[in-house]
Design a protein around this ligand. Sequence first.
Ligand SMILES: [Mg+2]
Length: 204
Amino acid sequence: MPLNIPGTLVPLHLLVAPRLVIPSMVVRDIRQLDFYELRRSGYRGAVFDKDNCLTTPHKDQLVPDLKDAWRECREAFGECNVLIVSNSAGTRLDPGELQAESVTYYLSAPVLRHKVFKPSYSCISSIRKYFTSLPTPIRDDELIIVGDRIFTDIVMANRMAHGPLSIWTSGVWQREATAMRWLEKGLMQGIQRYRSKEETSQGS
Ligand SMILES: [Mg+2]
């Protein structure tokens, strides 16, 4: 896996904008999301990460346990309004876009083609271009962005000017022992400890 330059620069951006890493919602996986309710609340489109959110890493098929939730999501938002944005399928790591085609086949959803990895501003503008080109265009603040990586999926969502709902899926389907994952885990545990301390002091 080549170095994700936009991802590795995130800790620097954090020094000036620490809230970038805070998701709007945390769920174990997409089964905890009520897509019909989100649609009723005004969210009209959804962006999903692939690896460890919908599939196991390097696989193109949906994790079987997510079948019902995934169907409900596409039903609630409408098929074209659910977009998969991966840092593998649909990028320069996917020669001939074969994996993007395969993921679209298995997941029945379009895969964004983009040149620079999440959480780059270039990727954000490709997402925006996709949703504003739809017959009924969708704005940033009408999107939910779902993924298992803080430094790519959540930071990207929080970088979008008119905040989409950023949803972090904390359960992973296959563990990856990377330094970035370890750093994210430590960071989230720190934030949770800080929040529970704050709640305790407010309650006392
Ligand atoms: Mg992922």
